[in-house]
Design a binder for this molecule. Structure first.
Ligand code: HAM
Length: 419
């Protein structure tokens, strides 16, 4: 790495081409998949009043430890968004759009995490939120959209983990039973888990520490606490996924890191990634969140997928390649550069990507630049071509050689070559 005075802050990165092109294409594919299901684009602010995010749960790491929280110059307590569901639901409560309100988003989030591969302090997500219907088919639609998106990227080694946290009463009874179970043998737990037990007993189930494994294995299981209503809903989600041929694993210990979840929760893991950062997306129902933001009671379900991790999974499966070049056509002008001004403009207006050489370099230097650009063809204009109203088109990648064509036929010729 070259020496420079400043570096991007810890946990952040600059995304340069060709990664940036791949990144943008990922968002385009996502917009295409969810747009086909009637989801419209929403762009929430990147910071909110801190209370909006407190709804994610004071005991969650995201709120208690990782929030970029500060007083602005007007003395307002604000935080950079650690995720977008809270903002989208706040927007729902504020604007009261007609339901079902189905929206998608893409953009950065901020969490003060321990930075490592696949874990950043600024990371992007694409996601959807659907508010209004309580219908298990909507849960299945949302899950299926993520699944179809992964398919469109070419990912084949994704696992869908599915669970239900039940209705609020079911969840409360389960938390009570878990607390009793872990408290009875608290000395056997790790110090960290003993602490988690007092703040967020569900999260003890997520402990990666070996000393906790035995008690976790013996812990009560969520499915035993589901009310008939929640169990019927969950069965409806599973039946719809079965009908769609989307495979899943019911994972009774999947609790997720945010507090707003009720009933359906899910996570997508990439088999090709290291287990520590293999969660490439997740979501679920948050049927009480709209109410907590001041809207009339309105159920909701959604997911967010980590862009960085999804692309790491694509790398690991060698799919969804970065583009090989930024341009298709490279204009070499040995008459001083004026011709290149016109020809690049004409080629670009025809919808082809074109670049040129600068600073009136030699033919040899310009051809080198053409080669480096990754373009498929070079358009060469020397004195002969200029005076004859022609252009020479040279194949840079294959064995189609070169030919001189009338300037009036140039675009047609390029189109044919680049098909
Ligand atoms: P989440 O599980 O916190 O859920 O994040 C979703 C995904 O974002 C994760 O599976 C992961 O791929 C990615 N992600 C999270 N933190 C980081 C990080 N520090 N660095 C890189 N990637 C990360 C949510 O955010 C919920 N809002 C999802 C949701 C939407 N639930 C309902 N609707």
């Amino acid at each position: 790495m070259a020496d420079s005075i400043y570096r991007a802050p810890k946990g952040t990165r600059d995304i340069l081409w060709p990664d940036s092109a791949r990144w943008r294409r990922l968002v385009e594919v996502f917009a295409d998949v969810v747009g086909a299901a009637g989801y419209t684009h929403v762009v929430p602010p990147m910071f909110e009043h801190v209370d909006v995010f407190r709804r994610l749960g004071d005991a969650t790491d995201v709120v208690a430890k990782e929030m970029y929280e500060f007083l602005d110059k007007g003395g307002r307590s604000v935080a950079l968004r650690p995720e977008q569901t809270a903002s989208v639901v706040r927007a729902f409560a504020e604007h009261r759009p007609v339901v079902p309100w189905k929206v998608w988003y893409a953009g950065p989030n901020f969490r003060y995490e321990r930075a490592q591969k696949g874990r950043f302090r600024q990371f992007d997500q694409v996601g959807v939120e659907a508010l209004g219907p309580d219908d298990p088919h909507l849960d299945a639609e949302v899950i299926a959209l993520a699944w179809r998106f992964y398919e469109r990227l070419g990912l084949r080694q994704v696992t869908l983990l599915l669970n239900s946290l039940g209705n609020p009463d079911d969840r409360a009874r389960y938390v009570e039973a878990l607390t009793a179970h872990f408290s009875a043998d608290a000395d056997a737990l790790s110090a960290e888990s003993r602490k988690t037990l007092t703040t967020n007993p569900l999260r003890v189930l997520d402990s990666p520490r070996t000393e906790d494994a035995e008690l976790i294995d013996a812990a009560p299981q969520m499915p035993d606490f589901l009310s008939d209503d929640a169990a019927t809903h969950f069965a409806g989600v599973r039946a719809a996924l079965d009908a769609l041929g989307i495979p899943y694993t019911v994972s009774p210990r999947l609790v997720r890191g945010l507090d707003y979840y009720l009933r359906t929760t899910f996570e997508f893991t990439a088999e090709a990634l290291d287990a520590a950062q293999d969660a490439i997306g997740g979501g679920g129902r948050y049927d009480r969140l709209a109410e907590a933001m001041g809207a009339p009671p309105t159920p909701g379900v959604g997911f967010a997928l980590g862009v960085d991790r999804t692309l790491l999974a694509c790398d690991a499966e060698a799919v969804f390649d970065a583009p090989a070049s930024a341009v298709d056509v490279f204009v070499v002008d040995t008459c001083g550069g004026d011709e290149a001004v016109l020809v690049t403009d004409e080629v670009r207006r025809a919808g082809l990507r074109a670049d040129r050489a600068w600073d009136d370099r030699s033919m040899k230097a310009q051809m080198k630049a053409a080669d480096r650009s990754g373009a498929t063809v070079a358009v060469i204009i020397g004195e002969d071509e200029r005076s004859g109203g022609n252009a020479t088109v040279r194949d840079l990648r294959g064995d189609a050689g070169q030919e001189t064509v009338a300037r009036t036929d140039l675009i047609e010729n390029l189109r044919t070559r680049l098909q």
